[in-house]
Design a protein around this ligand. Sequence first.
Ligand code: BG6
Length: 493
Amino acid sequence: MAFRKDFLWGGATAANQYEGGFDEDGKGLNAIDVLTNGSATSPRKVTWKLPNGQTGATPVEWGGQPFKLPKDAVPALLEGYYYPSHTATDFYHHYEEDLKLMAEMGFRCYRLSLNWARIFPNGDDKEPNEAGLAFYDKIFELCQTYGMEPLVTLSHYELPLALIQKYGGWKDRKLIAIFERYAQTVFTRYQGKVKYWLTFNEINAIDMAPYIAAGLLDSNLNDRANAAHNQFVASALAVKAAHALDEQMQVGQMLAYQPAYPYTCDPADQIKVMEYNQQMLFYTDVQTGGRYPDFKLKEYEREKITLDDRPEDYELLRKYPADFLSFSCYGSSVLTTHEEAARESGNLGINGIKNPYLETNAWGWATDPDCLRLALNVLWNRYHKPLWVVENGLGWADELTADGKIHDDYRIKYLQANINSMKEAVELDGVDLLGYTMWGCIDLVSNGTGEMKKRYGFVYVDRDDHGHGSLARIPKDSFYWYQKVIQTNGADL
Ligand code: BG6
């Protein structure tokens, strides 16, 4: 048997993409609540206001394109825009039904995030919002009833909007203490109910989507470097607080991992991939090793980056590394210094270059049957920390057929290959793997595009890109397939 007996099979969601109830029971706005919808070809936008009353919307593309709001603009809700997070797929009012469906699939674990602004509506409020805390009490109690271990992300792109308006997001180190207090509040409240925590979802997304990941209004390198530093210190303080409260609590870190392949055997392409890996792994290097890697120190020196750091920060980073390492991995990408040649062959793909050996979905994401084994080996051999695949899955425009069902054999095929890849990493390579939570286990809003059309779930939710639909839940074919996978602990794929 490849997987450990207590392997944590389950699914994952994020509050801003799933919960809805955006202004209910005292919740404040978060960063994503002012993000419009988009599509595969048009980016989501952050809407803003200037002190003189002028308003506008600026694209926040994933992928590191420069992003900058006009001077003095603050993100704000505006009339006439559609904001998908406001209702999302309404877990806020469907949690009993949804948790029951997860339990029916046999989930041993449910990864969710707390909507930080539901608990501290402005981020730095004197007292937490009791109604917000009570909502998650109900969730965790039901998880206990069903024997599902919660894995809770403190910040899955859910920075309270007031902290962006007031401090400009994570570039300001005042957020460290604010986050520490939030972490302490929820660790104390949910002690005994939640054992596994994650601090920042896909922390390296600061480089790719600095508004979404860190509430930055300008993507310049200096702000991104400070945001990363502040999140590192905040994470270390969360580890410290959790251990001081309860030795059983474990706090992990979370990385967006995407294997990249060189397009040619030109050594310049190998260097490009090496540099890409350095940038991606910089975050986990710090969070597991407690020090900045040399290539990053050199880069900061070259780019004249000034970190607003303190000597004691580095002691914290050394003393309180991550207990385990988690990551998302959906597919792979291709890099090259010969972009023109690669593009001439009529290719698309996540970096604009298609891997001819792989299939891509309608959003240009390559489905790679080996990506999990590759990712798990790199991370295990570099860090030797227990690993956890907390996001993986296939975004697809599922169709409800005349028989009232969703026959998602393409999703089953994707998951069979990906779980098999994970199995090989355990069986052949000896990787210590704690669990697997498939992304978007019940359909939710796409983070990248804001669409409903890009679905991941084992359960279909009747809702479209314009906010229409009954929100009814319908298990897809993959629901029954995953049930069997869990029952056999991954033996029967
Ligand atoms: C990860 C995020 O980047 O990928 C999730 O942690 C996101 O929030 C997931 O939903 C899939 O991306 P998308 O753009 O298809 O929703």
